[in-house]
Design a protein around this ligand. Structure first.
Ligand code: FMN
Length: 251
């Protein structure tokens, strides 16, 4: 049995959660589905694949769904992980399960956990933190037991509703500052290919999914969000979910 850790993680929060789980399960080969390129591995029936994605409007980002559905497997077991910014993950696990099943995986466990909000970074700041890491390690132990022979209900029960919540993107899009040197790194790393390679200061706003990867990765601070708008989003989020949410496991 080989363990793999695959995540769609534009700004690294999902990756952090996944890494804690993967390490607690003994270590895994990992890959970021937000990076350019395809996954060429065919996951065997004995393999276990952790599949993680962030919640965007309570759903899996459409690009992540596409990437997950394209994975190739002969029926590997999957552990589904939804990572969210402490507001809510709503239909994310249900959509992850559907995408994984469509690719041919057998979901055996699901996890929801919090990471820093990638738009309003004061929300859930610093998470996953020590408390999350402890909880995630406990969750990994329970997953190991499931992998070692526990009965798996079919289909695995996860929260979510059909029809799923509608999501049409968020209006917040990064803008380019005078600090942009036109190096094109953001264009190469944009999972939506929304930034023009030849003119990295130009963005196709219809393609942009507001994932904030360009803002996070730009070495020059050349891409930013409007501060007042972010402050407004942070306020709205704190009001919507004032309490700290903890990692959850569904077996
Ligand atoms: C466009 C967008 C929509 C989001 N929607 C939600 C949401 O519905 N609920 C929530 O709690 N967090 C939401 N978040 C926060 C992310 O789920 C969270 O920050 C996650 O860790 C981002 O993953 P990443 O760090 O791997 O990019 C959203 C973030 C973005 C960029």
């Amino acid at each position: 049995m080989a363990l793999y850790d695959l995540y769609f993680s534009p700004t690294g929060g999902t990756k952090k959660v996944m890494t804690v789980l993967a390490e607690a399960l003994g270590g895994a080969r990992s890959g970021n589905l937000a990076d350019p390129g395809e996954v060429s591995v065919v996951f065997g029936r004995d393999d276990v694949v952790l599949i993680g994605a962030p919640a965007y409007g309570g759903r899996v980002p459409a690009l992540a769904v596409e990437k997950i559905e394209k994975l190739k497997t002969e029926g590997a077991r999957a552990v589904l992980v939804a990572v969210y910014g402490n507001r809510a993950y709503e239909d994310t696990l249900l959509e992850l399960r559907q995408a994984a099943e469509k690719a041919g995986f057998r979901p055996v466990a699901a996890v929801a956990a919090v990471a820093e909000h990638s738009i309003a970074r004061t929300v859930a700041k610093g998470r996953p933190d020590e408390q999350d890491v402890t909880a995630l390690r406990g969750i990994a132990s329970a997953i190991r037991e499931r992998l070692e022979g526990g009965e798996v209900p079919e289909p695995l029960a996860v929260p979510g509703h059909v029809p799923m919540k509608e999501y049409h993107g968020v209006p917040l899009k990064p803008t380019v500052t005078d600090d942009c040197v036109g190096c094109g790194f953001c264009a190469r790393m944009c999972p939506a290919q929304a930034i023009f390679n030849e003119y990295p200061s130009r963005t196709d706003l219809d393609k942009c999914i507001s994932c904030m990867r360009c803002v996070k990765l730009c070495p020059c601070g050349g891409r930013i969000l409007d501060r007042d708008a972010v402050a407004g989003v942070a306020q709205m989020l704190e009001k919507a979910a004032p309490e700290r949410k903890e990692p959850e496991l569904f077996l």
